[in-house]
Every structure is written in C-alpha cells, then in structure tokens.
Ligand binder design. Structure first.
Ligand code: NAD
Ligand code: UFG
Length: 361
C-alpha cells in the first residue's frame, strides 16, 4: 500500500514515516518545508534502510497535488501538513485559516478526483478546550477552543465528517494528540523548532544544552498539587505507531474494491455504511498527567543535569489540567503508549545534544 504523508518532513511526520516504512508501507511525502528540512527525510531513509519519495510542494498548489496523484497511485493519506504555533495563530489568523483549512480542502478535492477517500487527520486535544471531564474521553464535548490554530482543528474535524456524511465512501480517522515530545532513539530525527521554542520540552532541551539560559514556568498558582499545569506527554514514537495502527484499522474496514464502487453507484443502506467508510475518533495519549515540575525533574533525573528555572505569570489560553482517557485506542486499535516520561526526556536530550542546531548542523 502506498501512503501519502502530507507534512512528512516535520516532527511527527518524519517519525511516522519511519514506522510506516518499518511496517512495509510505501511512502510518498509532500511538504513545502515551511517548518522543516529535507534532511529529516534523508535521515528517515538512513534509519530504516528504505527509500521514500519526496515531492516538495504546497498543499495550496492544486496543480502540483494533481500531478503527484497522477504520478503516484495513492491508497490513503495521512495529513499532518499545517501551521501549528498556537500564539502565532492569534496574530496571523488569516494565514492559519488559509493554510490549514484551504490546504485541506484542496487536498480532499484532489483526493476525491483521484478516487482516494481514506484520510487520517492530525487533530489535537485542544478541541476539548477547558475539558468538561478529566480524564478526557472521546465522548467529552468539544469545548471553547482557545486559538485560531485550535479552531482550524475543530473546523477540519467537522469538514471531514461532513465529507463522509455526503459520501459514505470516505473513511475519516480523526486522531486527537495530547502532548508529543521525545525523539527517535537513534538521536537522528527529532523536533527542530525555528527560533525560540514555544513548547515546554523543546525549551527545556535548549536550556539543557546551554542555548537558552533558564526556563520560565508559566504559572504556579493553578489548582493542581504543585501549582503548575498538568499535561499528557506522549513519546513521538508511540504517537507514530498509533498512526500505523489507526491506518490499519481504517484500511481494514475497506471492503473489496467492487463493493465500494457498487455502494457509491447505487447508494447504501445504513447497515452497510460502517463496512464501506466511517468516521473514527481516537485520543492518542498515555492516560497519565504530569505537571511542568514533574517534567523538569524527570528531565534532570534521566539526563543527570540541572535545569535552571524561574516562575513567571500564567500564559494566556493555558488550561490547568489536560490528560486523556486512552482506553478507546487500546481496546479498538490495540495500541498503548509504552514509553515512560524519563524515556521521553532522555530521547529529547539525546537528539538535542547531538544536533544542537537541529538539522542545520
Ligand atoms: P511540524 O511543523 O513539524 O510539521 C508540519 C509540516 O507541515 C512541516 O514540515 C511543514 O513544512 C508542513 N506544511 C505546513 N503547511 C504546509 C502546506 N501548506 N503545504 C505543504 N506542507 C506544509 O509539526 P508537527 O509537530 O509535526 O505536527 C504535525 C501535525 O500535528 C500538525 O497538523 C499539527 O497541528 C498537529 N499537532 C501537533 C501537535 C504537537 O504538539 N506537535 C499537537 C497536536 C496536533
Ligand atoms: N510551559 C512553560 N514554559 C514554557 C513552555 C510551556 O511553563 O516555556 C508550560 C505551559 O504553560 C503548559 C505546559 O508547559 O502548562 C505545556 O505547554 P506546551 O506549550 O508544551 O503544550 P500545550 O499543552 O500548551 O500545547 C500542546 C501543543 C498544541 C496542542 C496541545 C494539545 O503545542 O499544538 O498541546 O493539548 F494543541
């Protein structure tokens, strides 16, 4: 099976390419390199000893996408490509809505015109807003989403669901990630943020290697045991494996090609619907919450170093506590996260210390 991975040169995409190649899939990556470096894909091939196809293109460039689908017969798409900086999205809403939403609309339109109707989408725990329940199950109502970035995720979940309603031949897998951190155990691929990192662990890693002086902890007066926010940190390799499991489930739900064609021609009854296509939603998290101070202590222990920090005021938009109930993915995908917080911290540091300037050198 040949899988198109949009945004495959990025952080989660590159780790997913490793797992897809390891599982025997063929991989085509499309990425405009707006927030990544082609070197990540060279290293994916080095790690796996397998080749992949890279097409440098923007999802907004329909002609390029169309040419890609003509040239490479694609069975399914894993759609990572998007802009993801929460703070930046507040002052660049047009850019975020255009890139993330218009880009996805163009992708789906081109997919449809080539008869490809299976998509795994990178959503986020951000769609739960300040969650109505902890731990967060998939049934938890979507909350008030705090940023334009997050709203693109909420809107795209709806758009993809509407696509399936209009044409039940579509298969839509919505994966809501919690907080991916860590890096491949080889230390060859990892997160390479441009400029000063916005996220906790990339910031801690740059403090650890002496690129930044000290961490600022945003708020220590939250209603949590140590006063700092609690999140569900998940190793990026576990997350990548979750994509392979989710893809397997989605593609396993496809009946023989003729049955899909017949159902599309003739219309289908409700009972056939699940067999043809569907919309699935899974949380990808560990089910365990850790505070900011827990992360710092785990990082220090795992790597035998000190992370200087100071407390700062709360950051706008942060919810106090956010962690998943991960049982649905376990029961239905047969997937559980296996890496500990210390594994995540050790692997982040290995990547950062071996590549202090990321993929630049
Ligand atoms: P990333 O920035 O490392 O990867 C995204 C990739 O998409 C980049 O390589 C970028 O160059 C590419 N891209 C962006 N716009 C594009 C366009 N118009 N055409 C082609 N390529 C384009 O981000 P990531 O952390 O790997 O995240 C992947 C996906 O997961 C994103 O959709 C993100 O919103 C989502 N997500 C990430 C997190 C997280 O904490 N990292 C959490 C929840 C959801
Ligand atoms: N934090 C600090 N100092 C920093 C950076 C972060 O104290 O320098 C704190 C934050 O205040 C928060 C925690 O560390 O309490 C985690 O913050 P991150 O920015 O690492 O992660 P978020 O939970 O804010 O957001 C992440 C992704 C989003 C995604 C969301 C889903 O960045 O894309 O998880 O839960 F939507």
């Amino acid at each position: 099976m040949r899988i198109l991975v949009t945004g495959g040169a990025g952080y989660i995409g590159s780790h997913t390419c490793v797992e897809l190649l390891g599982a025997g899939y063929r991989v085509v990556v499309v990425d405009n390199l707006a927030n990544s470096n082609e070197e990540s894909l060279r290293r994916v091939q080095e790690i796996t000893g397998k080749g992949l196809t890279f097409v440098k293109a923007d999802l907004l460039d329909r002609a390029a996408l169309d040419a890609l689908f003509y040239e490479h017969p694609i069975d399914a798409v894993i759609h990572f490509a998007g802009l993801k900086a929460v703070g930046e999205s507040v002052y660049k809403p047009l850019e975020y809505y255009h890139n993330n939403i218009t880009g996805t609309l163009a992708l789906c339109d081109v997919m449809r015109s080539h008869g490809v109707k299976s998509i795994v989408f990178s959503s986020s725990a951000t769609v739960y807003g300040d969650p109505a329940q902890i731990p967060i199950t998939e049934g938890c109502p979507k909350g008030e989403i705090m940023s334009p970035y997050g709203r693109t995720k909420g809107m795209l979940e709806q758009i993809l669901t509407d696509l399936h309603t209009a044409d039940p031949g579509w298969q839509v897998m919505l994966l809501r990630y919690f907080n991916p951190i860590g890096a491949h155990i080889s230390g060859r691929i990892g997160e390479d943020p441009k400029g000063i990192p916005n996220n906790l662990v990339p910031y801690v890693s740059q403090v650890a290697v002496g690129k930044l002086e000290k961490l600022g902890i945003f708020g220590h007066d939250y209603p949590t045991p140590d006063g700092t926010c609690i999140r569900d940190y998940i190793h990026v390799v576990d997350l990548a494996v979750g994509h392979v499991k989710a893809l397997g489930k989605m593609m396993g739900a496809v009946p023989k090609a003729g049955a899909v064609a017949d159902s599309i021609k003739g219309g289908i009854g409700t009972s056939d619907r699940d067999a043809v296509g569907g919309v699935w939603v899974y949380n990808l998290g560990t089910g365990v919450g850790y505070s900011v101070l827990d992360v710092i202590h785990a990082y220090e222990t795992a790597n035998n170093i000190k992370i200087p920090y100071e407390f700062k005021p709360r950051r706008a938009g942060d919810v106090p506590v956010c962690y998943s109930d991960a049982t649905k993915a376990r029961d239905e995908l047969g997937w559980v996260a296996t890496h500990t917080l210390e594994d995540m911290c050790r692997d982040s540091y290995r990547w950062q210390s071996a590549n202090p300037r990321g993929y630049e050198g």
